[in-house]
Design a protein around this ligand. Sequence first.
Ligand code: MOS
Length: 758
Amino acid sequence: MKTPPPIDDAFAEYAELARTQGTQTATPGSTAPAAPAPQPKPDEFKYIGKATPRVDGRMVVTGAARYTHDLAFGDMLIGKILRSPHACADLVSIDLSGALALPGVKAALKLKEGRIRWAGEPVAAVAAVSESRAEEALALIKVEYKPLPHVTAPDKAMEAGAPLVQDQGNVIKSNDYARGDVEKGFKEADVVLERTYKTSWEVHQPTETHGSVARWDGDDLTVWDSTQAVQSIRDGLARALSIPAGRVKVLKHYMGGGFGSKLNLGDYTVTAAKLAKETGRPVKITLTRRENSICVGYRPTAWMTVKAGARKDGTLTALSVKSYNCGGVGRGDRVSEPYSDMYACPNVKIEEFSVFVNACASRATRAPGHTQATLGLEGMMEELAAALGMDPLALRMKNFAAKDKGDTGIPYSTKGLEQCYKLGSEKIGWDRRNKKPGGGSGKVRTGLGMASQIWPGAGAPGTLADVKLYPDGSVEVECGTQDIGTGTRTHIAVVAAETLGLEPKDIIVHIGNSDLPWAPISGGSMTTPSVAPAVRDAALKAAEHLKNLASKKLGLPPAEIVLENRKAASKADPTKAIELKELARGLPRPLPFHGERSNYPSTFAFQTFGVQFAEVEVDTETGKIKVKKVVAAHDIGRVINRQTAESQVLGGVVQGMSAALFEEKIMDPRTGTMVNPNYHDYKVATAMDIPEIVPLFADVIDERLNNLGAKGLGEPGRIPASACIANAVYNALGVHVREIPMTPARVLAALKRKEARP
Ligand code: MOS
């Protein structure tokens, strides 16, 4: 029997990266310190923990920052990809001769043979002297397809006799988790509820669509890529092209968003490199908004049936989840972790299934699995609280887990969730909620809802950074990380400046280049807790060197010297000082100091935590929801830069609100393609929709985690945002919509469901 083709599983790779953050993973031959250095108290820092504007903010807003889209070389060609119009077909033949005969077309490639499984799958590509010439060339490629039946809706794909999407079948078991005995647990419960919650396909919609420019210099390949992962794109490209990794350099200086869709190596990137090789000229491929909507992933759906049992006092006795996750031709996300980890519950059973349909494979999307799970888990907690007649916050506190795996595993090193509950509930005025969901009256109802969050974000041990001191007094930091829009350059400048007694603007930061010291992908909320400690480690070594130099000049022991205000000065007598610039003149040559992020103890669990509270107004006649306010309180360890940290939370809340109210990739069952692949038909929240958002931080410094006690924040702000809004709508209406986006039609249908109840 023929082995079935491998199923695209972007989530597995991603989940592995996210999961291993919480375990000890020593770099082979690592010189990393085994344990973090002792930490200053927050008020001992001048910049760390305070708000620093982005060091490159001016460049970004004035258009001076160069994005992959902006790149152009004199002899550069434009590449375009021909894509299958059929959602399922056998490819019979491809004839490139018409395209190659067109003047200005420099190369054409076949990209596919055999079975096409989704509308938009790459079939062939061309490189031409202009975009319009490349488009003309695509039209001249003759492709013969044998169309086959397709299926694009998960419920239809599960029916007997549905067209087979994967040879393994359209539904496969993808995850099994169990602890305790749920049947016994449900028997011990005073209240048992079972509910089904659904999420939609949510497209990442980065402002800058995906794109790459490839250029060869002899055997060496340079690729400018709009990516979240310069290092792993380098490795992936080398594998795809069968060339040594050392011959590939990946650059990414600025990007207009990724949200997970730019973690993977793109077929357009490999194609640009192949076309560049064939033509001997640089080739640029930029996806259109339509291609971006159809071809590079989305958040998979999860249809989660959640059953929970609790005693009268709110103690959870059992939780079972059955989830059908649909990620097109790829596996959907695994949603189990919030269910298994968030609350103390001895009996848990989770079964997950991947459902396959004819659409491109999903990709990791800002907190893959967790946002879906949080809608179901936290929706259930809210409905359970109502059934028990309890305050939903008290129900969460009742089942608080101090150890991982729902209080059955190892202890959390720090867990500032109680502080977050206190900060957030006070700020929103939790007492203002309807004590009984739907207790209000009138045409427009108001409600308050909450949702908690858990997510790894511990960072990757083994991350490297160099701090280089130059004899002219300048200071450079080099790290092979990247800024995906979160402010990486700024936090690097803040940490280096703080440690060396300089100002953030004094630090020259070089990132976004795969030749620089290794750093992980910018995904999984990993960047800051990986990079900042490595920079701190390197800067501490540089600071020690400077103190030793100053010690000779000032005639003081190094321990009596501090670096501040651009000087090395006596702790006791600040008038005894020497300018750092002056001191640097004594350097014989530029001196690099190597830093590495430490390991952390495997005897503790590390996660980020948080809670968001939302206030909504719902018009019961039109079904329209208006989000009035969201208070977001998060425990992310030590905040490195308060300004960019707050930005992350604002962005996460907006994205979550947008998913809760508007976002849905809609497929046409007949043609098998997406019907809303643009910003007009695919609704994304705009400035007009954005509520008041209050970001708060618990500031619990995790001293075991790294030398700054910092955790990550890319994802936490997104995780509870849709769920707290759905719960606020429940609090307003007394009926849970249970499906996002909560369109007016779904809200009105939910209200009808309520009226139909006895
Ligand atoms: Mo992500 S889904 O960590 O970019």
